[in-house]
Design a protein. Structure first.
Length: 305
């Protein structure tokens, strides 16, 4: 009996090179999400630090942000299949940061799913090269992970329908979190997938983005009158999901512009701009100082519209 038990344990542990231990959180009647760790990607979380979702139609799934590795996407689909055994026909990437779309290769291999995303993915990430995440994580975690080109660049508001489900992909038409973000909207149940223009429980990196663009992006999503919002990172998907991001960029803009008026200078701005309301958030020490510096450069000659 003891030998049989030990053999079973060994077999179970050897199923995956890395076990993500995924659990799907139900958001509403047809939407589930895997809510990632609020941390930087590392060997402990296997790169699972963004939120990745799936929408059930009568005969398929639509995936919104496929995650950071091939193995992650494979394990995510295993959970989806237990809910209902359906193929994945469409995969949507909200922006070009690789923790949101490196799982695409799995869905292309298994289902030949159609891949949608901003044009910056194909422009900045070429097949055969390695992304940041692929270089950060051990090879056993990133096995089979590779860049697969997006099939359709979303450059204007685009609607697809699968079964009875209508999905809207809406570019922001401005730099927000990156140069080329979009959000995804389900009009039937008023659900928004914001990508990284919204985060909670952690400080965002605005290294590729714009303070003004982020504020405008929040307004554009709010105009939909959403009931659920799934952020790019963080676990709040309720009506308060945008509160932290909205407040962070509002205060960042106001306080940096005050520093500009006082002629503080970009290099010294972080000593004058205080965002103590967020000091206990994950990655505050990592990103806040850089965000202030970048915001100063953006806002130094900014004039209110």
């Amino acid at each position: 009996m003891k030998k049989i038990l030990l053999g079973f344990v060994f077999t179970t542990l050897s199923l995956f090179a890395f076990d993500y231990n995924l659990k799907a959180t139900k958001i509403n009647d047809n939407t589930w999400c895997f809510l990632g760790h609020v941390a930087m990607p590392n060997e402990t979380n296997g790169g699972f630090m963004s939120n990745n979702c799936f929408v059930q139609t009568k005969d398929s799934y639509i995936v919104v942000d496929s995650g950071g590795t091939y193995e992650y996407a494979s394990q995510a689909y295993a959970v989806m299949k237990k809910i209902k055994d359906l193929p994945v026909k469409s995969v949507i990437a909200t922006h070009e940061h690789d923790d949101h779309w490196l799982g695409n290769a799995f869905y292309k291999d298994k289902f030949n799913a159609k891949l949608y995303g901003p044009k910056s993915i194909n422009e900045n990430h070429k097949p055969g090269t390695k992304t940041r995440l692929m270089m950060m994580l051990p090879k056993e975690i990133t096995k089979n992970t590779r860049i697969v080109p997006i099939d359709e660049d979303i450059v204007k508001e685009t609607t697809i329908e699968e079964g009875e489900v209508k999905v809207m992909m809406i570019p922001f038409d401005m730099k927000a979190h990156t140069s080329n973000d979009m959000f995804v909207y389900l009009p039937a149940n008023k659900t928004v997938f914001s990508g990284d223009t919204v985060m909670s429980e952690r400080i965002t990196s605005n290294r590729d983005g714009s303070v003004i663009g982020q504020i405008k992006a929040h307004k554009k999503m709010d105009d939909k009158g959403w009931l659920n919002l799934v952020p790019g990172h963080g676990h709040d998907t309720s009506k308060t999901a945008m509160d932290e991001s909205r407040m962070y960029f509002k205060l960042l803009k106001e306080r940096v512009m005050a520093a500009v008026e006082e002629d503080v200078g970009a290099d010294e701005a972080h000593n004058h701009v205080k965002l103590a309301e967020f000091k206990d958030k994950v990655m505050f020490d990592t990103w806040n100082k850089r965000n202030i510096f970048d915001a100063y450069s953006e806002l130094e000659f900014y004039e209110e519209e």
